[in-house]
Design a protein around this ligand. Sequence first.
Ligand SMILES: [Zn+2]
Length: 153
Amino acid sequence: MNPINFVALGQSAKNFLIQASRIQNLEERLQAVNTITSLQEALMSLQAENSRLEQEIRTLQDQIRKYEDWNQTKDQYKLTQNTHGASLFIHTKNNSKACPNCLGKKLEIILQPSSSRGWHCHNCQLSIEWEPQPTPKYDPPKNPLNRPFSLPH
Ligand SMILES: [Zn+2]
């Protein structure tokens, strides 16, 4: 649909009025007035439609912006499964855990710890058992003789 050119429409109406003002015959003049009235009504209807379409464009642009923002948020999480097949979305930078149910509904709900191994979503009440990440242990070098190390003389 082409955009409405209100300037061109206004110029056409002005030209029509100039032509109509030169009409001497009363009946033709009355017909011209009726035509002008119809054109004014059509113009007002087009202006209303134009306003409605402009509002619709703003609404759609807003939805696109929200969709793009949501994709940026969603892309910060990585879907991770534990050894039992449970899934979590883990933030790639701050390691927070997001609820997989709520993330699927475009809600970023950070899971809260519910026990030493579990996580809970306050929004959908999902509870997930999740082993904590093993912390690397310091493994000192083995001394097979179990006595202080000494350099050879
Ligand atoms: Zn949830």
